[in-house]
Design a protein. Structure first.
Length: 216
């Protein structure tokens, strides 16, 4: 197994462990599309959830649920694993990133946010080395960058990794754009129906970046 894919799988296992103590909750919501049997399933053990239910939660809008932040937080390891690995049961990574932000993932306890960031870093490296296949096929670097920017609220660390990567999957046009470059640049990406615009200021005066991220 390629080392970058192995690192990603290890980070996903660590994510499972970090979220293992998240308690179950009584799940209710709009019954227009979801019957009582689905609410009962979501209120039970995670290992009993069907792939259909997991995908349904991933794609459902947040205001459908009585307590979306707690539900999404509890299901985060399942959703993130399917988002970054894709395959038969893959879910769209852009939608998961958008929902994570809506669920308040940046304000979660450090143990959870650290585990999520570790997955982001290993997934990004795996993308740049052609070692993952997302739900829509092998994601290109620009697509993955949009996902990571939405999920984390920042672009700088991801550009730093991109600039240091030399593979056919890391387009060289971005390598010359260091996060500490004195020139101004902008990224516009779309994730989960949301447009993210990221800009940097002149590093010779006050380096930094600003990201307009949201949910869609």
């Amino acid at each position: 197994m390629h080392p970058y894919r192995h690192a990603l799988l290890s980070a996903l296992d660590a994510l499972d462990a970090a979220f293992a103590a998240e308690p179950a909750l009584p799940v209710t919501g709009c019954a227009y599309r979801w019957g009582e049997e689905y609410f009962a399933e979501l209120s039970g053990p995670l290992d009993a959830l069907s792939e259909e239910t997991i995908l349904g939660v991933a794609m459902e809008v947040s205001d459908h649920w009585n307590d979306f932040p707690r539900l999404y937080r509890r299901l985060t390891p399942l959703l993130v694993r399917r988002a970054v690995l894709g395959g038969e049961h893959g879910v769209p990574a852009d939608v998961v990133a958008s929902r994570l932000r809506e669920a308040g993932c940046l304000e979660w306890p450090p143990g959870l946010t650290d585990a999520l960031r570790a997955v982001g870093v290993t997934w990004w490296r795996a993308v740049l080395h052609g070692q993952v296949r997302g739900a829509g096929g092998n994601p290109d670097a620009g697509e993955a960058l949009g996902v990571l920017t939405v999920a984390s609220g920042t672009v700088r660390p991801w550009l730093g990794i991109w600039a240091a990567t030399r593979t056919p999957y890391a387009p060289p046009s971005w390598r010359s754009t260091s996060p500490n470059s004195p020139t101004q640049w902008a990224i516009s990406a779309t994730a989960g129906g949301t447009t993210i615009r990221v800009t940097t200021r002149d590093a010779r005066s006050r380096p930094g970046c600003s990201a307009t991220c949201g949910t869609g």
